[in-house]
Design a protein around this ligand. Sequence first.
Ligand code: FAD
Length: 663
Amino acid sequence: MARIGVFVCHCGTNIAATVDVKKVTEVAKSFPGVRFTADYRYMCSEPGQDLIRKAIREHGLSRVVVAACSPSLHEKTFQKCTEDAGLNPYLFEMANIREQCSWVHDDREEATSKAIDIAGVAVAKAHRNSPLQTTFIPVEKRVLIIGGGISGIQAAIDIAFAGFEAVIVEREPSIGGRMAMFDKTFPTLDCAACILTPKMVEVSQSDRITLYTYSEVEEVSGYVGNFQVRIRRKARLINENECNGCGTCWQRCPVKVPSEFDRNLGKRKAIYVPFPQAVPNVPVIDREHCLYVDKKKCGICKKVCPFEAVNFEQEDEIIEEKFGAIIVATGFTLFDYSIYGEYGYGKYKNVTTGLHLERMLNSAGPTGGKVVRLSDGKEAEKVVFIQCVGSRDEARGVPYCSRLCCMYTAKHTLLLKEHNPAAEAYVFYIDIRAAGKNYEEFVEKVQDEYGVTYLRGRVSKIFERNGRLTVRGCDTLSGTQIEIDADLVVLATALIARPDATKLAKMLHIPYDQNRLFTEAHPKLAPVETVTTGVFLTGACQSPKDVPDTVATASAASVKACGLLSHDKLPIEPQIARVNAEICSGCLACKEVCPFGAIEKEEIVDKVSQKKRVIAKVTATLCNGCGACNTACRPEAIDLDGFTEEQIFGQIESLVADRGDGK
Ligand SMILES: Cc1cc2nc3c(=O)[nH]c(=O)nc-3n(C[C@H](O)[C@H](O)[C@H](O)COP(=O)(O)OP(=O)(O)OC[C@H]3O[C@@H](n4cnc5c(N)ncnc54)[C@H](O)[C@@H]3O)c2cc1C
């Protein structure tokens, strides 16, 4: 018979204010097999853990139950404590009487009764717990970073500095992400290129960083320490090793098309580098517009290239590599404001977005730093900015605040006034959210020192009058309706998940929220981890983030990845699914529901019939012990170590048995 110790935590007043902890401890003495009980103010504290260790040794306990908070917070703490005292950590059981009891009830008597039940079923499970053994897997000491914006760049630099190898896979022809498009950054107004370019160069020159630009991840299999990744390197039609970026080819290319990097405000050639500081400084040939690729006309680039680097025969290359950890740094895209018909999308050329304005404000951009009317190229003298376009709008946009728009709009007004002091700027806002170091001061500065007019209220309509836009809105502070004639209207559109975010999430087996933003393992305690061990998040792919927060999460994700890589072998949780081959019918319903891709089909020879048949096979290293397969298995051929049917039904049965307090 197991000798069980029950330890009940007050959690300060978190539990004790609602649950009669003394009574739970007293009643627990009468649970079958319980040989020792104790309560303590903070069981997770060092003295609390000492109490457990001492009781295990002095009372010869063979099982431990702690009734306290959620296992997601302190299961590991108490498993370690149990192990320190010489017991297998899986002989420990946790009863959650905080989140599932004291925090959700206010009737003390009922909450106490429920806490007794919760502790009782944990004791029932502890009886049926058996020792589980952790296994170890080797670690590939390289990190894959998907996305080469500022977050991916910073992560790669940190990983390389720690002595490990990093590989960046970037979809575009150059790394840099959105930040490469900006003129200056709030709130310090550093020149974006001046702070970003050195980092891009550092990445390209590091011996420990490999760059695969114009590339995409196609398939990921494996598990922490051993991810196998298939990468497609799209054909640039240029031999990268031969090219030195001299520019002769794109200078002579006769084809001009709108430049994506300039948000279609400027032109690029059919052979091009997206921007002058691009890394790598190697062009790419745009197959759709090149005259040679389809029509076999032109070919000037090939003729003029002094290094014979142009290669029209080049094909996509598939690379397969192994990684120990993966960092997702795929950033964001912007909300398509066409849904807001009142803003005149597609109708008025002079209605534009913040990102377009970034390109205009950039001295190396399509308008040479001038803010112009897009209809006729004349300098804009009066500009209206509209915030929260798509943000905080559950009905038509996204429910969340995009966090940056208040700040980048303030930056835009300031830069507009610096470029043209005579220009007038008006900002329609709902609330100003400027929570960051020196952010509030920055917004005040644009109002006080630069004379920007802030109007609290929504815009109801934009229309054209006498060749100029009229913005009609309300000023809720003065209670008046306002009409402003404007040369240009700039919309601060919401930052949203990239269109292919869910595809990537499925490939990596990481969850995403209702807005398709990747979800962290725990919002407070594991903000850069995901539920898939070894896959981390950084930057704006998780939620809208400015550059300082992006860089901070990049460094955090790198530390986590390096932490894994610092081990030669990694332990894997033994709470994994097990298939009983004799019962398994091979229907593979379990494979369909497994969110981690841990179940494969396996062909075996049936012991009785000696015929071949299919059964489900669990890859232990991929299984996260979620239990989805158990519930899907109709013949009950799958059991989960640590949560077996015997353990679960044992708990249920214990609830109907006498608890010892007469209830
Ligand atoms: C108009 C505007 C102005 C701003 N101004 C400022 C400012 O002044 N100061 C400030 O602090 N912040 C500013 N920001 C915020 C800033 O843009 C973000 O903080 C920053 O870009 C986030 O970096 P990131 O690396 O997470 O994402 P991104 O910059 O979006 O980079 C992600 C990269 O991943 C690549 N990628 C995406 N999917 C894949 C895939 N599947 N495979 C491979 N590669 C992929 C993309 O091509 C891109 O290069 C502004 C934002 C906007 C919209």
